[in-house]
Ligand binder design. Sequence first.
Ligand code: NAP
Length: 331
Amino acid sequence: MGINFKALVVSKTEDVKYVREIKERSTDDLPEGDVLVKVNYSSLNYKDALSAIGSKGVTRNYPHTPGVDSSGIVEQSSSDNIKKGAEVIVHAYDLGVNTLGGFGQYIRVPAEWVIKLPQGLSQRESMIYGTAGFTAALCIYKLQQNGVTPNDGEILVTGATGGVGSTAVAMLAKIGYEVVASTGKKDQEQFLKDIGAKEVISREDSVDLSRPLLKGRWAGVVDAVGGDILTTAIHSTKQHGTVTCCGNVGGVELKTNVYPFILRGVNLLGVDSQNYPMDKRVAIWNKIADEWKLDNFELLCSEISLEQLSENIDLILEGKQKGRVLVNLWK
Ligand SMILES: NC(=O)c1ccc[n+]([C@@H]2O[C@H](COP(=O)([O-])OP(=O)(O)OC[C@H]3O[C@@H](n4cnc5c(N)ncnc54)[C@H](OP(=O)(O)O)[C@@H]3O)[C@@H](O)[C@H]2O)c1
């Protein structure tokens, strides 16, 4: 006998519109899998919003419950490694993409997707980071792997008030980097300074397509935007600097040429959190829970209920969210 629970369900109507409703579902409706998790927290990512509007690049089959993030307690498990009652994080892979996701109070997933909650992090805190924070951490890890240290100079973070951007600003500042935040939200300069930015620049001033070698300023870049902002960031990166690229809210085209790479030795690193290998994924979560753990969590997030998700999905699609949106499934 299944357990009944609440979930955000996105359904496709006959005239191919996508409607969002909070519905009662049963754990019998969940896919096969090794581990049933009672989800306590999830979070809203840009990708969840795309899934909620029928974006084919994300989700193919409807009705669907989005939510690439979840933390909670194991309710049932057929895996020797994951015990009933364990506190866990499940994010990425196919969760919330084509597998019913964390915007429901229960999920059932393969054991390979499950991470034991790292010591030092609560379930709630883990979802303040969520996929956006994990991705920011992965960008920072890649900068460090490429030798970018706090002594090398300023780091540019683009889309700075967004989920990836704000957690990147806060984490970089926490571990000693000087952060310059690029934002389209003129009224959020103080927020960005409060979470650790040394300087805030406007979105307009972050675009200059005049030539491929602009004045070299950045030792490193965390880019969550793509398009002309990423192009300009590459062109403004110093000799041997490193640019990490993870997002496309501002466009998918890159209008550059080989000069930044062959004359300045600029490194352009791609970041994909969805299929990042599990052993390395756990190592990043351990950093998040320990030396990179933020002191200013609450500044970064707003907490909402399942019922408030739909309006927040509209806001993130318009680029109007600030920081992280934490979803309390039982609020
Ligand atoms: N590769 C990966 O593994 C991975 C993982 C997570 C996320 N992502 C991608 O990273 C991006 C950010 O995700 P998120 O969850 O942080 O989204 P988000 O919270 O909506 O943040 C995006 C931010 O980008 C800025 N922005 C929005 N529209 C823009 C536009 N048209 N032009 C320029 N800037 C714009 C806004 O910040 P300002 O107003 O401050 O400029 C916005 O808050 C998305 O493209 C997402 O798909 C990729």
